[in-house]
Design a protein around this ligand. Sequence first.
Ligand code: ADP
Length: 191
Amino acid sequence: MRLLLLAPPGAGKGTQGERLAARYRVRHIAAGDLLRAEAEAGTPAGREIAAYQARGDLVPDQIVLAALIPAVVEAAAGGGYILDGFPRTLPQATAAAELAARLGVALDAVVYLFAPEQVLTRRLLDRASQRGRADDVADVIRHRLRVFAETTGPLIPYYTERGILVAVDADQPPDSVTADIEARLSGGRSR
Ligand code: ADP
């Protein structure tokens, strides 16, 4: 199984990504987590990543590709992956498609999780009070949602045109979202 989770901040990509990876026994590749780990390592690239993440800006494509491609190659050899948060720009999507072609694999589906903006904001502020991620503060949240709409949004028509987009309502309890995703993936009603 090779899936991409495409979702604005707060939609539950991470939660659903972990569950789907366990369900399909494939690796969960969370772009934000990989980049945060590199930031914490404190390398020169890591310091640059940390600055983009703290502002809620996307990390430049070249840095993202360098961090993500090895993980994707390894997971593809191991039988599949749940990509969570990568690709997130059109150039990343093109690079990912070229990589997949070179590896002789293709995405089975792109799961687009959607929810109203006030729901997303409330969830992120709730998370902030528990875990305190540097980018979970009101003005950075607002910025991340705008970046999603402007820069990641174009991936929705991109994958729709390729016939693999599955849109799922994320404004439901996590178990219901998981059930909807699994039903849509096994029923094929999306295509
Ligand atoms: P969220 O989706 O809630 O913003 P993530 O952990 O997926 O959480 O991403 C956090 C931050 O990591 C983003 O704001 C961005 O700075 C960086 N990031 C994650 N994935 C990518 C990507 N594919 N391209 C560029 N930057 C990314």
